[in-house]
Ligand binder design. Structure first.
Ligand code: KG4
Length: 361
C-alpha cells in the first residue's frame, strides 16, 4: 500500500481516539523543541535554545540557526520521547511547525518530521506557529471560553485578535511595521544590552524611573493598530543626541520609560478592543507576554471590569513545542485538520488566518 493511503487509514483512527499521543516538533526560529502530549496531558517538553550562540551577533543569524537545528533535532526528539516514556510505536501523530518563521529553520523541522513520518509510518500534520502561541493556553486553562481577545506579542508578531472559536479569528489591530519583541531587542542593542533584549530591559527598568517622554506605539487614537518603528527611532535619537552633547544617559530610566510607553499603548488598544467586543476573557501569548510589568498593567486595567485574564506560564510564552501539540489537539477535537503528504513545504510568511487543509491528502 502507498504511504499516503496507509496514513489516511491511520489518521481516521487517530481522529476517533479520546487522548491521541502527539509528537510535536518546532524549529521556526532559534529554539529547537519537541514535546509529546496525550490528549490534554503534557508528557514532555524539551527546548534547546540557541540564544548563547546568537548573542554575540546581537540577533538571530538565520543560516546559523538552521545549521544548529540540523545538529540538535534528532537528540531533542529522542529526549522528548524518552521523557514521555513513549516509543515510536506508541506515537499516533507527528505535528510540525511549517510557518511562519525563518525559511531555513522551518525546513529542518519539516524535513525531519517528513522523514520520521515516512520511516515510522506515522501520519503527519502541519501546524501554524502563531496559532500555536494562542493554543498553548487551552492545555493550561481548559476553562477558557470563546469568544475572547488574544494579545500576541512576540519577536515576529504584535496583534490583538478576536478569537471566535478554534478556527475563526478577526485581527482587530496589528503592527504596521516592527513587532513588539523586535523593538525590545533593537532598543536593548542600542542600550548595550545582550540579545534577547526583552528580559534585559525588564530587569533594568525596575531600577529606573519612567521620566522620559517617548512616542506611544498606539499612535492613532482612531485606530487599534500599533507602530513600533517610530518609538525605536525616538529612543535611538535620544541616546545619540545625549552622547553628542556629552550628557550621560541613564539607561535604567530609558528602559523604564520605553517599557512604560509600550505597555500603556498595548493596554490602550486592548481597552479599545474590549469596548468593541465585550468578551469574557483576555488571553496573553508570545515572548513579550512573559514580562511581569506588562502582566501587572493588564491585570490593573481589566480586573476592575471583571474580565478574566489568562497568563501562560513563562516557559510557554516563548517558543516551545507544547504549543504546537496544543494547537494540533484543538484542531483534532474540532475536526479541522488534515494529514500531509511528503510534498509538504514550509511557508515563512504564513498568516494567522491560514488553516492548512491539504486537498490532496
Ligand atoms: O515568542 P518568542 O519566543 O518568539 C517568536 O515567536 O517571535 O518571542 C521572543 C521575543 C524576543 O523579541 C524577546 O526579546 C521578547 O520576546 N521577550 C520579552 C521578554 N521575554 C522575551 N520582551 C519583553 N519582556 C520580557 N520579559
Amino acid at each position: 500500500m502507498q504511504y499516503i493511503d496507509l496514513m489516511k487509514i491511520k489518521f481516521e483512527k487517530v481522529l476517533k481516539k479520546e487522548a491521541p499521543v502527539i509528537l510535536a516538533i518546532e524549529s521556526s526560529c532559534d529554539e529547537t523543541a519537541a514535546s509529546v502530549i496525550a490528549g490534554e496531558k503534557i508528557l514532555s517538553d524539551v527546548v534547546a535554545s540557541q540564544i548563547d550562540i546568537h548573542k554575540r551577533f546581537g540577533g538571530v543569524v538565520p543560516e546559523i540557526a538552521s545549521r544548529n537545528h540540523a545538529v540538535t533535532i534528532p537528540n531533542i526528539v529522542e529526549e522528548a520521547m524518552s521523557k514521555a516514556g513513549k516509543t515510536l510505536e506508541e506515537i499516533d501523530l507527528i505535528a510540525v511547525t511549517y510557518g511562519a518563521g525563518l525559511q531555513g529553520a522551518l525546513l529542518i523541522g519539516v524535513s525531519f518530521a517528513k522523514a520520521l513520518s515516512y520511516a515510522a509510518q506515522i501520519p503527519l500534520v502541519a501546524i501554524n506557529h502563531i496559532r500555536g502561541h494562542i493554543a498553548v493556553n487551552y492545555l493550561i486553562y481548559p476553562e477558557i471560553e470563546f469568544p475572547y481577545l488574544c494579545l500576541v506579542v512576540s519577536g515576529g508578531n504584535s496583534a490583538i485578535i478576536y478569537v471566535k472559536n478554534h478556527t475563526e479569528f478577526e485581527i482587530l489591530g496589528e503592527t504596521q511595521d516592527d513587532a513588539c519583541g523586535e523593538c525590545f531587542d533593537k532598543v536593548a542593542r542600542v542600550l548595550g544590552l545582550p540579545y534577547p533584549g526583552g528580559p534585559e530591559i525588564e530587569k533594568i527598568a525596575q531600577k529606573g524611573n519612567a521620566n522620559i517622554v517617548f512616542p506611544s506605539p498606539a499612535y492613532d487614537s482612531t485606530s487599534i493598530n500599533f507602530s513600533f518603528s517610530g518609538l525605536k527611532t525616538a529612543v535611538i535619537n535620544y541616546i545619540h543626541k545625549n552622547k553628542q552633547n556629552a550628557k550621560e544617559v541613564n539607561v535604567n530610566d530609558v528602559a523604564a520609560s520605553f517599557q512604560e510607553v509600550v505597555f500603556s499603548g498595548i493596554v490602550e488598544n486592548l481597552t479599545k478592543c474590549y469596548k468593541i467586543k465585550k468578551v469574557n476573557g483576555i488571553v496573553l501569548s508570545g515572548g513579550v507576554a512573559s514580562n511581569l510589568a506588562l502582566r501587572e498593567k493588564i491585570r490593573e486595567a481589566f480586573e476592575k471590569e471583571n474580565v478574566k485574564v489568562y497568563y501562560p506560564p513563562l516557559k510557554y510564552c516563548t517558543d516551545n513545542a507544547v504549543m504546537i501539540a496544543g494547537e494540533t489537539y484543538a484542531l483534532i477535537k474540532n475536526r479541522s485538520i488534515s494529514i500531509e503528504d511528503l510534498d509538504l513545504d514550509v511557508n515563512a510568511n504564513l498568516d494567522l488566518g491560514e488553516l492548512r487543509i491539504n486537498e490532496k491528502a
